[in-house]
Every structure is written in structure tokens, then in C-alpha cells.
Design a protein around this ligand. Structure first.
Ligand code: ATP
Length: 588
């Protein structure tokens, strides 16, 4: 007997996500729209909980980070200054048969026979001499291959395959591990060309070139653009951060892996502004050097960019551990010198072990003063801050000390391959610094909310085999979501729905709890079925109100309920008056 086909883990997660209302395909009734996803009732709660944990950790629990909520469409000059208009592009290649695009670095190697047709004709219509080159994959039958090519040609021309006749078939070559064919169609790929990822729109009543605006491809630029307003209105002093959660849009060439790479998604970004290391040197005498095992628990005055960067990697790792993503599912990729952007001093990607591979969840970059400087230059509005302490510290330096610093900075910039300042610019920068003025440097932890939701869903997914009394086995699905993230914190059930006293008591408990966190009342089906439904939804706790609760089995069990724990199935008796005290710390 043949074994049933193993369904890939990711497919099972996608199917559960749809079945239970975590994630739906956007516009599904019209066939969907590639790269866009909607969150159903459970998904919306999960995302909200994730957003809340991030916001609380990054700003509410800290005195040195404030929030921002900026618009999605901003002045297009912002994207010119940031470099997005000119360089925010992926290299993409186009299928020569269908014009379908694929990211150049997303083409998996393929093997097969390269087949060519000298042209085609459309029944009752035109004849074309454009040659068509398509890969016939290993194992593909020649007849089904020809049919497939007819379909590809037909689709691209709004025809049906039956109307297409192919001419001049020939075998060109046999290839192994080639990356020159479209992964879906097998059509020969054209040269790699840059493709800007920003989505365009028009603002205002006319739709001319002058009215073009962009849907933001990241939330970070608004933070830089509003930096001065925040400094002037919030009484924060460097070092401090501004964070934002919001939608971002990228016209990704190949959206894929469910919500992992979408065209509309949410980002959670922090720009943490710090003093340049030279200012720390003046104030503290030296800059703390990072070494393995350095104490990163409490920020210190003598921290330069490197310690701050390491500190944020640790903070973000702690955050993930706090929502159930521990060291076993995370990894790190420290970008090499060759991978780093010319202005970045260091960048580490925090990776998550997704079912389809270990991929980026969040990037943490030490970006120097690149962004604020770019906006200062483009907007001609100063982005520097005045720091009395720095001014006073440099006032104590000798002329020789200051001259030595200027020379050191000049040598550093001359050695840069790209983006270095001229000697005159270094002079100007140092003279301002000596007077206490500088443009802050920045550490940027930038995470994707949808990617995190996907990581959390993949991490929570588990299957349990259950065999009933008759020996029939079935697979049950348990979403082991961290209680802080679970869309529903507690399910409340009366043992029987046709006993008014049980129902009344259960409703009373439900009303009590739902004032404090999301609770779900369910009286349909057996208790086992109700548990199973909540397990699939990721609900960490269930309460059953039974005859003991009503006092029918003795006074000491009166007003107690059965509390059942999702992850180990254990049950305990808890007084109704003690429920909140017990559950709140676990779900809050
Ligand atoms: P990638 O290399 O995967 O395209 P990136 O390095 O371009 O990502 P950043 O610009 O650093 O990503 O964006 C920060 C975070 O935003 C990423 O770590 C990711 O979590 C999220 N993100 C970026 N692009 C997408 C997308 N298309 N869909 C969902 N999340 C995204």
C-alpha cells in the first residue's frame, strides 16, 4: 500500500491559519491578489497583542524612547534624500515568454533540456516569428511540455492554448543547475535589471509627473524627518530613541512564503540616537570597548556606537525570549564588510528558523549619521543638537589635543572607499563638535510585524495524535502560543448547556474575566471538542463550570472551577475569586 503523501509543514500552517481565521488571502473571492494578506478574527487579535508587546517593551517601559505615528504618504523629497528613489531596487529578470518577473537572487537552479520554437501562429489570426525558449524539466513528457508552452504563449496573449500552434521545434542543449530559466514558467530569463520597489500614486486632482508620491517603503524615514520636532517637543536628550509601528509597502518582485514577503506589511522600527564617539571621548576620557561577555544590562555614559549596537541586539533577543522565541529558534547573521552599506558600521540580522528555511526577522544596523545628514543636506534644515556637556568637555582640551583629533578624523575619512568627507568638511564638523553641536548617530532595530506573526504561528504549531476508546486515532492541532500573545486568553464552558444554573454561573465567570482580557464563551458540543477548538485557536486556559461549582458536591468545592492548561492538559480546581489573581500575571 502506498504511503499517504507527507504534507509540508508550511502548507499545514497556512491551512490552519485559514481554517481558524488567523490569515486569509486578500480579495480571495476575486481570485486573490499576490503579496497581500488579511488577518481574520484570531489573527487580528494576535497581531494587536504582538504590536502591544513591542510598543510596551520599546517605549512605555523605558524613559529614553518616545513614539511617533506618521503618515504613509510623505513629501516625495524624503525618498529622494534617503536614496530610495535612486537605489531602492532589486535586480530582477523577466521571463521571455510571459514577461513574468523574478528576483535575480531568487532563481533556484534547474536542470533539463532547453527547447526552442522558431515562432507560433494564432488560429484564424496572426503568425509570429519571435523565437520561444523554454526549459523542458527532467521527467516532463514531450507532449505535456508542448501543451504547457502553448498555454504560456496563450496566457500572455489572452488566448486559449487550443488556438496556438507552435513552429520549428528544436533541441538546443541539456543543462544542469542553470539559473537562466523562470522558476514557474521555465521560460528563458532576460538580463538582470534594477526594479524600483516603491509603489507610486498621485496626490491631488491632476495626475501629472509632478503629482507623484510614494507609499512609504519603510517607517524609518518619517522618524528622521520629524527628528527636530520630537527633540523640541519631548524634552528628550541624546541618547534617546523614537519608535514607530506602521504600514510599509514594497512592490516585491516575487512575494512568497505566505506572509513572509508581502507587498503590504507592517514594520516596527526604532531609531536610537546616540552621541558620536568623539563626543563620548571628550566627556568620559575614553569610549568603552566591547568584548565578549561585556555587561550590557544597563546603558553607561561611556558607551559608543558599538556598545549601543550590542546592547540593542541583546534587548531585542530578550524581547523575543519573552514572547516564546528562544535561542533554539533564533540565529544571527553578522553582515560582512562586503555586505555592509558604505555608511553602516555594523549590521546584524536576527533570523528565525521558519519551516522554509532560516530567514531574517529583524535587522539591527549602526547607521552612523547618514540619514539625518542626508535630510540636513536635502532640506537645508539643521539636524544637529546642542550638548552643553560636550562643549564643556572640549573646552578643557588643549589645542594640541583638538588638532590631533582633527588629523585622526581626516585620516579616517581619506581611507574610506565611499562616502568619506573632504578635509574641509572634517574641519567644519570638528569645529562644530568642539562648540557642542553634532548630528546624532543612530542605531536602528527594524522588525517586521507580519514576519513576526508568521514566526510565532510556525513556532506555536504542533500536532498531537489521539486514540479514542475504540482505537480510532486522529490528529489534533495545538497552537502553543505564548499566553501574552494568544488571541483568546481563556475559554469558559458550562459543563452542560441545558442546565440553566450552570449556564448562568458560566456567564457570570465569563463576564467577570472579559473585563480584563479576551475570553470566549462556548457551550456547544462535548467538553473534549470545546478544548480541541480552543487548542487550535491557541487559547492557553479553559475553565469548566460544573456541579461542584454550584456546591452540589459539598461546600468546599462550591464556587470553584476546573482550570485546564493547554500545553500539558493538566487540570486544577481554582476558586472563582482567585481566578483573576492567577491568570492576569500570565496573560498580561
Ligand atoms: P529582505 O532582505 O528580507 O528583503 P530587508 O533587509 O530588505 O529584508 P529591511 O528593509 O531591513 O528588510 O526591513 C526591516 C524588516 O521589515 C525586515 O527584517 C522584515 O521583518 C520586514 N520586511 C521587509 N520587507 C518585507 C516584506 N516584503 N514583507 C514582510 N516583511 C518585510
Amino acid at each position: 500500500m502506498s504511503q499517504p503523501k507527507e504534507i509540508p509543514q508550511m502548507e499545514k500552517i497556512v491551512s490552519l491559519a485559514k481554517r481558524r481565521g488567523f490569515v486569509f488571502q486578500s480579495s480571495e473571492i476575486y481570485g486573490g491578489i499576490n503579496g497581500f494578506w488579511d488577518y481574520g478574527p484570531l489573527g487580528a487579535e494576535l497581531k494587536r497583542n504582538l504590536r502591544d508587546t513591542w510598543w510596551r517593551t520599546m517605549t512605555r517601559d523605558r524613559e529614553d524612547v518616545v513614539g511617533l505615528d506618521a503618515t504613509i504618504i510623505m513629501h516625495p523629497a524624503i525618498w529622494k534624500a534617503s536614496g530610495h528613489v535612486d537605489t531602492f531596487a532589486d535586480l530582477m529578470r523577466e521571463c521571455s515568454v510571459t514577461n513574468k518577473r523574478v528576483r535575480a537572487d531568487h532563481v533556484e537552479p534547474q536542470s533539463g533540456v532547453v527547447m526552442q520554437f522558431s515562432g507560433f501562429s494564432i488560429t484564424g489570426g496572426s503568425s509570429h516569428n519571435d523565437s520561444i525558449t523554454v526549459l523542458m524539466r527532467g521527467g516532463e513528457h514531450i507532449e505535456s511540455f508542448r501543451k504547457r508552452v502553448r498555454q504560456l504563449v496563450a496566457q500572455a496573449r489572452n488566448q486559449t492554448a487550443e488556438n496556438i500552434e507552435l513552429h520549428g521545434e528544436s533541441k538546443i542543449d541539456a543543462v544542469e543547475g542553470s539559473v537562466d530559466f523562470h522558476p514557474e514558467t521555465g521560460g528563458a530569463l532576460g538580463e538582470a535589471r534594477p526594479f524600483n520597489l516603491m509603489l507610486k500614486t498621485y496626490v491631488g486632482p491632476t495626475a501629472t509627473e509632478n503629482d507623484i508620491a510614494y507609499l512609504r517603503p519603510e517607517t524609518a524615514q518619517a522618524i528622521f524627518a520629524q527628528f527636530k520636532n520630537v527633540v523640541d517637543s519631548s524634552r528628550q536628550r541624546v541618547p534617546f530613541g523614537i519608535c514607530q509601528i506602521g504600514k510599509a509597502f514594497r512592490n516585491e518582485v516575487t512575494p512568497r512564503n505566505f506572509t513572509f514577503r508581502s507587498r503590504e506589511f507592517e514594520q516596527m522600527e526604532l531609531e536610537f540616537f546616540i552621541k558620536p564617539d568623539e563626543a563620548i571621548e571628550a566627556v568620559c576620557g575614553s569610549v568603552a570597548a566591547w568584548s565578549e561577555g561585556a555587561d550590557l544590562s544597563v546603558p553607561q555614559d561611556n558607551w559608543g556606537w558599538e556598545m549601543w549596537h550590542r546592547y540593542w541586539v541583546k534587548e531585542r533577543t530578550d524581547y523575543y525570549a519573552g514572547i516564546g522565541l528562544g535561542a533554539d529558534v533564533l540565529d544571527y547573521h553578522w553582515q560582512t564588510k562586503e555586505e555592509l552599506a558604505h555608511y553602516a558600521r555594523a549590521c546584524v540580522d536576527i533570523l528565525f528558523k521558519f519551516p522554509f528555511g532560516t530567514e531574517e526577522l529583524e535587522g539591527l544596523a549602526a547607521r552612523g549619521d547618514f540619514d539625518l545628514m542626508a535630510h540636513q543636506t536635502a532640506s537645508r534644515k539643521p539636524m544637529d543638537v546642542f550638548d552643553e556637556e560636550v562643549k564643556n568637555a572640549f573646552a578643557k582640551w588643549t589645542d594640541e589635543q583638538r588638532a590631533a583629533l582633527v588629523e585622526r578624523k581626516k585620516a579616517e575619512h581619506r581611507a574610506k572607499e565611499k562616502g568619506g568627507l573632504t578635509d574641509a568638511q572634517v574641519d567644519e564638523w570638528c569645529q562644530k563638535l568642539f562648540k557642542g553641536f553634532y548630528v546624532p548617530h543612530v542605531i536602528e532595530p527594524s522588525a517586521g510585524l507580519d514576519r513576526l506573526a508568521l514566526a510565532v504561528l510556525s513556532n506555536a504549531y504542533s500536532e498531537v495524535e489521539k486514540t479514542d476508546a475504540k482505537g480510532k486515532s486522529e490528529t489534533l492541532y495545538v497552537m502553543r502560543l505564548h499566553p501574552r500573545l494568544a488571541p483568546v486568553k481563556v475559554g469558559v464552558f458550562p459543563l452542560l448547556k441545558n442546565k440553566p444554573e450552570l449556564v448562568a454561573k458560566a456567564r457570570e465567570v465569563f463576564e467577570l474575566l472579559r473585563k480584563h482580557f479576551s475570553a470566549f464563551y462556548d457551550e456547544g458540543g462535548s467538553i473534549g471538542k470545546r478544548y480541541a477548538r480552543q487548542d487550535e485557536a491557541g487559547t492557553p486556559f479553559c475553565l469548566t463550570i460544573d456541579f461542584e461549582t454550584l456546591g452540589e458536591k459539598g461546600e468546599e468545592l462550591k464556587d470553584t472551577v476546573t482550570l485546564r492548561h493547554r500545553d500539558d492538559g493538566s487540570q486544577e480546581r481554582v476558586k472563582i475569586s482567585e481566578l483573576l489573581g492567577k491568570l492576569l500575571p500570565m496573560v498580561g
